[in-house]
Design a protein around this ligand. Structure first.
Ligand code: ZN
Length: 160
């Protein structure tokens, strides 16, 4: 069957940046998702529509269809004393914070200065072109329960 809304899709994928560095890849056959439920980035989901088990393809996903462009407003300089309760504050350290809309975001320390710290609340892959190499392993229809929950159940999927 072809991938359409409410298909449960099993796939292999490898994600690389434009330099060919592997950013992420599926483990074994275990990446499953519910198609049409916005569980994966739009650029990859759109490319999978209409594909069938056994199909292999590559797709380049722009930041707009991926994790978005880098938002300069999410890069901030804050007083170093805000980090007094952290053990170690250095470049590359990540922590969780709330953005102005109340969403949980991962913030990365970009630079530590004498009195201030530069932090970046953008997604690590914001502004990055994503190159997916994909093999569709299996396609099946979702159950009513999966459709109502908006995610996959069962082996390798979401457990209750
Ligand atoms: Zn569920």
């Amino acid at each position: 069957m072809q991938i359409e809304s409410n298909s449960v899709v099993t796939l292999h994928y490898t994600l690389t940046d434009n330099e060919g560095e592997v950013i992420d890849q599926s483990e074994d056959d275990s990446f499953l998702y519910l198609h049409g439920a916005m569980n994966i980035i739009p650029g990859l989901e759109n490319a999978l529509t209409g594909k069938s088990a056994g199909d292999e393809f590559t797709v380049k996903v722009s930041p707009e269809e991926g994790y978005g462009e880098k938002d300069p407003e999410r890069i901030q300089v804050v007083p170093k004393k805000m980090f007094d309760n952290m053990d170690e504050i250095k470049q590359g350290v990540q922590f969780h914070a709330q953005d102005p809309d109340g969403n949980q975001v991962v913030v990365t320390v970009v630079e530590v200065q004498d009195e201030a710290v530069v932090i970046d609340g953008n997604h690590a892959l914001a502004g990055v072109e994503l190159n997916f190499s994909v093999k569709v392993v299996d396609v099946r229809a979702a159950s009513e329960e999966e459709i109502s929950h908006g995610h996959v159940h069962g082996e390798h999927g979401h457990q209750h």
